[in-house]
Design a protein around this ligand. Structure first.
Ligand SMILES: [Zn+2]
Length: 259
C-alpha cells in the first residue's frame, strides 16, 4: 500500500501550481493556497492518506512564504481536510471516514449480519469500480494497479501477515482509477470500516493455500480485464471475486470492531 502511494506521489505533487503572490495580501494568499489544496483533494489528485510534501518544498512549489502556507495548512486542518502526522507533516484526511466509522459502525455493531451487509455494499461498489476503472484508467493508474497486484502476489507467496492489507490496497488502487472522487472516497471509508476486522483476522487465523490461490486468480482476472479496458469483463471478474468472498464469509460471520 505504502509503496504504491510513494510511487505516485511525485507525479501528483507536480500538480501544485505556483501562486502569483504579488496579487494578494497575506490573508488572501492563504485562502488561495487552501482553495488550491482543497481542489486537489476534491478532484482526486490528492487521495486520503497521502502525505503533503514537506513545508519547505510545498512553499517552494506554490511560490508562497512559509507563514502564508502555514496559515493555509492550519485552516485546512481545522476544516478537517488534512491532519497532522509526525513532526510538522500533514496527510489528506479521509473525508468519508467520520461518516462511515461512527454512526454506521455503531448501528452495524448492533446487528449480527453486519459483515454480510458491508460485503453486499462492497460487492456493488467493487463491481462498479472495476467497470469504471477499465473505462477510465490512465497508464499511471494501470501501473499502480499492477504494482498493487504484484505486492499482493508476493505477500501470498510469502504467506505474509499483510495479505489482507495488500488485497485491500489492490481494490483501492482500482477505486482510485475510476476518477470518481465520491466512489473513491466511499471505498476508502469502507476499507477503514473493514480493516482489522473480518478480512484481516480470518486471513490470518484460517490461512488456506487453496483459498489464497483462488483469490489470486480472481484478482488476476480483474487486473487483466482492466488493463484490456474491457469494462464488461472487469465488472464480471470483480463480481465473481466478491461473490466468492461473500460466500467465504457467510459461514464465518464476524463482528465489526467497535469504534
Ligand atoms: Zn480482493
Amino acid at each position: 500500500m505504502s509503496n504504491c502511494a510513494t510511487a505516485t506521489n511525485r507525479e501528483k505533487f507536480m500538480t501544485f501550481q505556483p501562486v502569483h503572490s504579488h496579487a494578494y495580501t497575506r490573508v488572501r494568499l492563504s485562502d488561495v493556497v487552501s482553495t488550491q489544496i482543497r481542489e486537489l483533494i476534491s478532484t482526486g489528485s490528492l487521495m486520503p492518506g497521502e502525505r503533503l510534501p514537506a513545508e519547505r518544498d510545498l512553499a517552494e512549489q506554490l511560490n508562497v512564504s512559509r507563514p502564508s502556507l502555514r496559515e493555509a495548512l492550519i485552516r485546512l486542518e481545522s476544516d478537517g481536510f488534512i491532519r497532522a502526522v509526525g513532526r510538522g507533516g500533514f496527510v489528506v484526511s479521509d473525508v468519508t471516514a467520520p461518516l462511515v466509522s461512527h454512526p454506521l459502525a455503531a448501528l452495524l455493531e448492533q446487528q449480527p449480519n453486519a459483515s454480510a451487509d458491508v460485503l453486499e455494499l462492497r460487492h456493488g461498489l467493487g463491481t462498479l469500480s472495476a467497470a469504471y476503472a477499465a473505462e477510465r484508467a490512465t497508464d499511471a493508474d494501470l501501473a499502480r494497479i499492477a504494482e498493487a497486484f504484484e505486492a499482493l502476489e508476493d505477500a501470498v507467496a510469502e504467506k505474509s501477515t499483510r495479505i489482507a492489507e495488500k488485497d485491500a490496497a489492490f481494490h483501492l488502487a482500482i477505486a482510485d482509477a475510476t476518477h470518481n472522487i465520491a466512489l473513491a472516497h466511499v471505498m476508502h471509508g469502507l476499507n477503514e470500516l473493514m480493516r482489522e476486522s473480518m478480512l484481516t483476522s480470518h486471513r490470518l487465523i484460517d490461512y488456506d493455500d487453496e483459498v489464497e490461490a483462488a483469490l489470486l486468480a480472481q484478482h488476476r482476472a480483474m487486473l487483466t480485464a482492466i488493463v484490456a479496458h474491457d469494462a464488461a469483463r472487469a465488472r464480471e471478474a470483480a463480481g465473481a471475486h466478491l461473490d466468492y468472498v461473500r460466500a467465504f464469509y457467510r459461514d464465518r460471520p464476524v463482528k465489526l470492531p467497535m469504534k
